[in-house]
Structures are given as C-alpha cells and as structure tokens.
Design a protein around this ligand. Sequence first.
Ligand code: FES
Length: 145
Amino acid sequence: MAQNEGLLTIGEISQRSGVAISAIHFYESKNLIRSSRNARNQRVFSRRELRILAFIKVAQRLGFTLEEIKDVFRDLPPNRMPTKADWQKVSRAWDEALKARIELASKLRNQLELCIGCGCLSMKECPLRNPDDTLSNQGSGPHLL
Ligand code: FES
C-alpha cells in the first residue's frame, strides 16, 4: 500500500482494477482519472479513481468511446467517491444511449433487408446509399430549383 493511507500506487491500482499500467497512464492523459504525488514523488491514486476505472471498464464493455465516457463523467463529483446514486445516474444515461443505438441499428437492419439481393446502390432508391434523402418524400424530380 502507498505510504499515504488510502492512496494506491500505480502498480496497486493496476492490480486492484485489472487495468494495465499503460492503460491507466492513457486514461490519465485523457483526464478520465487523476493522480497526485506523495512525499516520495510517486504517482498515487485515490480509491475514487479505482471506482472510476471500474466505470470505464463497464462503459467500454457496453461499447462507448472514451469521449462518450468522458461526457457522462463530467457530472461526477471530482473530489469524492461516486455513490450509488451517481452510478444510477451514469447507468441511466448509458441505458438511454444504448436504446437509441439499438433503435438505429434496427432501422438500418430493416433498410439493409431492402438491399439484400438488390445491389443498385442508387442515390434515388437505396436508403443506405442516401440515408438523408428527405426530398424524396416530396416525389420525384428536382425540388431545390
Ligand atoms: S442496394 Fe438497392 S435498395 Fe439498397
């Protein structure tokens, strides 16, 4: 254990979290976790950062990017251990994001089913080739002239 009670060296936090030291350095460089220096100038981490690493691992498992994780973490209190309520808020945000992704994936899958066996990749006809073609709803021909 690091000399300062409650603080973990990078080796300790790596071992406790199951996250590689190189990844911990990377997360720190991205401002996802923070360290301080002890009297021996060793980098040390609070137990809060151990919890944050657990959040990161769960978020990555759910498919979120580091930027998306960072967005959600902005609301976490910087100077105390995240509570159960904090976790509920984070997990609710991720739940909403996952539902939106599932809805989009389902829509894309339905569009892809139209393409199976077609192969036209037409700007006029194919919903995957031209997904933002809102003008097609107004019928054929030019609409912006
Ligand atoms: S390839 Fe023809 S509709 Fe998509």
